[in-house]
Design a protein around this ligand. Structure first.
Ligand SMILES: [Zn+2]
Length: 210
């Protein structure tokens, strides 16, 4: 009995250690919080409110994230996704124009809170569409490095548009890192269509335990 009692302090230390080890290291991944998708040529309904709420969330969550990554559509003026070039979309996020800039409340919140802020570009090649940041090979390599270096356990994902670039990022990310890596912040992911496709992806993640 004496021997067993002597073990108790040591066991409780193990419990403390286990709790420390189970603290999740999180990354915030914000897809394309750019003016053209908020108030510009491809404005999504509700995006301005959602991005302002996201900025508040980032400020209130100061310290929660090891690292914050934002992606940016960064197209040449003759990009294949534009209607005049046979694509689906109005010209948008042309590199160097105000429409390609990051929504200022979000940017200010990112740079004034703890954890590195890293901007990754996509859609930079005239002939290539890249809804998901993982389709840009340079950016995909960098994200993998960031995840490894920071020991990231969970990626909180949000941005614009929920049913296009956020959903495509989620689908690619699930294939690369598994379902357990992703948590979608739906309140900060306004969709073009009202959100049904993104919601069904969220439901499928939740069925798998998140
Ligand atoms: Zn684009």
């Amino acid at each position: 009995m004496i021997k067993r009692r002597a073990l108790f302090p040591r066991r409780s230390n193990y419990f403390v250690l286990a709790n420390v080890l189970t603290i999740m290291r999180r990354m915030l991944l914000i897809v394309d919080p750019q003016y053209d998708f908020i108030t510009g040529s491809l404005a999504v309904a509700g995006a301005e409110e959602a991005m302002n709420s996201l900025a508040n969330y980032i400020t209130e969550s100061d310290g929660k994230y090891e690292v914050k990554v934002l992606t940016a559509d960064s197209h040449p003026a003759n990009h294949m996704s534009f209607v005049e070039n046979g694509g689906l979309w109005n010209a948008h996020c042309i590199e160097g124009t105000p429409g390609a800039a990051i929504w200022q409340p979000v940017m200010r919140a990112l740079i004034s809170t703890q954890g590195d802020t890293i901007l990754l570009k996509k859609g930079t090649d005239t002939a290539t569409e890249e809804y998901s940041i993982f389709k840009n090979s340079d950016a995909a390599v960098r994200i993998k490095e960031i995840i490894r270096r920071h020991g990231i356990d969970i990626i909180d994902l949000c941005g614009i548009a929920g049913d296009v670039c956020v959903l495509d990022t989620l689908n690619d990310g699930r294939r690369l890192f598994g379902d357990g890596m992703f948590n979608v912040l739906a309140d900060y992911s306004p969709s073009i269509d009202g959100g049904a496709p993104l919601q069904s992806a969220i439901n499928s993640l939740q069925e798998k335990g998140r």
